[in-house]
Write a protein that binds this ligand. Structure first.
Ligand code: GUN
Length: 293
């Protein structure tokens, strides 16, 4: 039997319905949630992602500020924008789209964002809270999206073997922490480029999260029959057979659908849910900034 589709769009719709109510309560109390997105340079994929974030804000009634800077701009310009946004009382979330041009220090800029406005959850204070097992704050959006999809599919993680492919600061490591956190209670292995015998380690997983950015790396032989497979990869592949000359592919080969029990599609899986989690973080930041309302 082919894997059930772990549908990110449907799950994101359910999150948006919940958010509508919270946004209405805030707006009626005179606090319209407000997100600022800074993008530097011309990377077409990054512009597509940022435009999706801005469009989702508009659909939900979240105000957005879109700051687009040229690739050659100096780091101090981005720095000054962040400081201005930190000081703006009617603004609740700040996101600096990654990747930044090579001449910029991405971590130093992330550190500058006020932790209470860090809707990406990348600030050391927010990541530090997660390491401490405090999962009630601003959490990174993609790992949160993975957890919410698993919940939506009714996957009970308690005592299950979870394998996370990839150890990035943005996805792999925080996803591993969330899967192992109290309440989720999975037993987690993080697999990376130096891991020996990756296929066999992956095949032990009841839940496999692929976040390495390598096109269709995970093959059916890597997957335990019936496992839940979450594909975080969004890789652009040249494809002359398509009108536009390219297609999007995940880190998981589509034929894994014949082995897995659940599988997220690419596109339409983790991507829409990541944006939904960004919206949720923005609403949370707005609520936290006005706790008396
Ligand atoms: N680029 C790709 N994913 C992300 C993300 O989650 N946040 C930011 N800021 N940039 C990204």
């Amino acid at each position: 039997m082919p894997a059930q589709r772990l549908d990110g769009k449907a799950c994101a719709n359910a999150v948006e319905t919940e958010l509508h109510e919270r946004i209405e309560v805030l707006t009626n109390a005179g606090v319209q949630p407000h997100l600022a997105v800074i993008i530097v340079g011309d990377d077409p994929a990054s512009h597509v992602y940022v435009n999706s974030k801005i469009e989702t804000c508009a659909r939900l009634g979240i105000r957005s500020t879109h700051i687009a800077l040229p690739a050659h701009c100096e780091e101090k310009v981005v720095r000054q924008h962040i400081l201005n946004l930190n000081a703006q009382d009617d603004l609740h979330g700040i996101l600096v789209q990654s990747p930044l041009p090579n001449h910029m220090d991405e971590e130093a800029l992330t550190d500058l964002i006020s932790p209470t406005k860090d809707v990406d959850g990348f600030h050391p204070q927010n990541l530090g809270r997660l390491v401490q097992g405090r999962t009630d704050g601003l959490l990174p959006c993609t790992p949160s999206a993975v957890m919410r999809l698993l919940k939506w599919a009714g996957v009970d993680l308690k005592g299950k073997r979870a394998v996370v492919l990839g150890r990035s600061r943005i996805v792999g490591m925080p996803a591993a922490l969330l899967l192992a956190a109290k309440g989720a209670d999975a037993t987690v292995t993080v697999v990376h480029s130096r891991t020996k015998d990756i296929a066999n380690v992956c095949r032990e997983a009841d839940v496999l999260v692929a976040a390495v950015g390598q096109t269709e790396l995970v093959k059916p032989a890597w997957v335990k029959p019936g496992a839940v497979v979450v594909d975080v990869g969004i890789n652009r592949v040249d494809d002359d057979a398509r009108e536009r000359g390219w297609r999007l592919a995940g880190d998981v080969h589509p034929s894994v659908a014949d082995t897995a029990g659940w599988l997220t599609p690419v596109p339409g899986g983790v991507g829409p849910m990541t944006i939904a989690m960004l919206m949720e973080n923005t609403v949370f930041a707005a609520e936290s900034s006005h706790p008396k309302r």
